[in-house]
Design a protein around this ligand. Sequence first.
Ligand SMILES: NC(=O)c1ccc[n+]([C@@H]2O[C@H](COP(=O)([O-])OP(=O)(O)OC[C@H]3O[C@@H](n4cnc5c(N)ncnc54)[C@H](OP(=O)(O)O)[C@@H]3O)[C@@H](O)[C@H]2O)c1
Length: 239
Amino acid sequence: MYADLKDKVVLITGAAGNLGSAVARYFHSAGSKLALVDQKKDHFQRTFGSEIPAEWLLCEADITQKDSVTTVVAEAVNKFGRIDVLINIAGGYRGGSSVYETGEDIWDFMMNLNARSVFLVSGAVAKVMIEKGNGGRIISIGAKPGLEGTKNHTAYSASKAAVFRLTDSMAKELKPHGINVNSVIPSTIDTPQNREASPDADFKKWVAPESLAGVLAFLASDASRDISGAHIPVYGGSM
Ligand SMILES: NC(=O)c1ccc[n+]([C@@H]2O[C@H](COP(=O)([O-])OP(=O)(O)OC[C@H]3O[C@@H](n4cnc5c(N)ncnc54)[C@H](OP(=O)(O)O)[C@@H]3O)[C@@H](O)[C@H]2O)c1
């Protein structure tokens, strides 16, 4: 645990998902103030149930839509007065076919969910961080195919590559404002959905959401104050 995360205002997208919920729990244990965003409010009930403390701000938003993003960022600032840390977790995967068999619907869905969302939420939060003048942290989730495209994942690879280039550019733009911008590159995360899709895999080689949460906490903490523009591989037992 990083002591300086106590009372930090942390906005997490995709917070009711596999990784997002582990990250929310980690930062809650560290004493952070949480603004949690997901696309349906009932996702929070499904994931956290009676665990939800009164002080969490739970926001429903489609973060591929600018108006929706503007509203949730304003809600967070109204409740907490500032945002110290943004963790862009919402994202997903569609694919499995070659470029000539992939429809524009898949391309648009991947680019909107994985790239446009990071662009919109980071822009809105960076504006608030700059206005408040306290610096901040923006951390996003990439994926290995974003480093080097892989067969039958054209749209997914391109959308995650965009996350890395957004991270590089934002790190340079926001450095004068004391805002560090980094991304992590998980290999396969140990989720129920992945276990169901690959029942014969060696799950021990996958990365536990709680382990990734620890890496994200480091990047949100003062311990990483000299790191910006980095893409941190978190590959567990698979290289
Ligand atoms: N799982 C892996 O093995 C793996 C590997 C590498 C990278 N990653 C990346 O890690 C991140 C988290 O993955 P995960 O497995 O935790 O995903 P997940 O369990 O599907 O969680 C994502 C959450 O984001 C929500 N969401 C989707 N679209 C949204 C939108 N437009 N606006 C707001 N919220 C939205 C989802 O809601 P719905 O359930 O309604 O869609 C879900 O609650 C993603 O960026 C993913 O690409 C995952």
